[in-house]
Design a binder for this molecule. Structure first.
Ligand code: SF4
Length: 221
């Protein structure tokens, strides 16, 4: 990856983040504190896609920075990756909320919000062009693989994602944290199996790039 290409991607992502900051396509665009566009290595081999920002993310404008984010970082470290090595974002860039007794509460993004926000996600994927995408949780998996995707049965397998990129779904770290006792151990085991599969995918040799016509003429096979 050349420095110029890295700089081009940084510029593209920064411009898109600015567009998102002004976006009001959905009602949650007006109720959020900060938009949460995404962050990480613009040339990452792995992109993580969660469902949407929660309270801490909304306050800080960064994805996965609460307790779930800390668990995510430990999960990444277990396969030899630092947070800075990957690109992290969500299906929607504004915090979806519903009213609760003590103020707004998190909720899953609704289909219209995910549809409205999809072009921003697609542009991120097209810019970063990771080798693999890991969808975290059922809403993120469904955005790529359809409403019938059942995470308990269908996680841990490779699918063809956007732009032909290998895509797997696993449980969201927040879901892992909500489990207790033996249930938590069982879910953690499944997530660990999925992460090992991601590590193996990233360790595969990169696909050979097609020769340009000039290269083919110089070095005929
Ligand atoms: S969720 Fe996405 S599409 Fe909706 S207002 Fe926020 S940035 Fe815009």
């Amino acid at each position: 990856m050349t420095l110029a290409e890295r700089a081009r991607r940084i510029d593209l992502l920064a411009a898109a983040a600015e567009t998102v900051e002004g976006c009001r396509r959905c009602a949650i665009g007006a109720t959020r504190t900060h938009s949460v566009y995404g962050e990480g290595d613009p040339c990452a081999d792995l992109m993580l896609v969660g469902e949407g920002p929660g309270e801490t993310e909304d306050r800080l404008g960064r994805p996965f920075v609460g307790r779930a984010g800390q668990l995510l970082e430990r999960m990444l470290a277990a396969i030899g990756l630092a947070r800075e090595d990957v690109y992290i974002c969500n299906t929607v860039k504004c915090r979806p909320t519903q009213s609760g007794p003590s103020g707004p509460r998190n909720r899953a993004p609704d289909p219209s919000e995910m549809a409205n926000c999809r072009s921003y996600l697609d542009a991120q994927i097209a810019t970063v062009r990771p080798r693999a995408i890991l969808a975290l949780g059922a809403p993120a998996a469904k955005t790529f693989l359809g409403a019938d995707f059942a995470i308990s049965r269908m996680r841990g397998r490779w699918y063809e994602g956007p732009l032909g990129i290998a895509l797997m779904a696993t449980f969201h770290p927040a879901y892992v944290l909500r489990q207790t006792g033996g249930e938590m151990t069982a879910v953690k085991r499944l997530v660990w199996a999925d992460l090992k599969a991601v590590r193996a995918k990233l360790d595969e040799p990169p696909p050979q790039r097609e020769s340009t016509p000039e290269q083919a003429a110089l070095f005929p096979s």
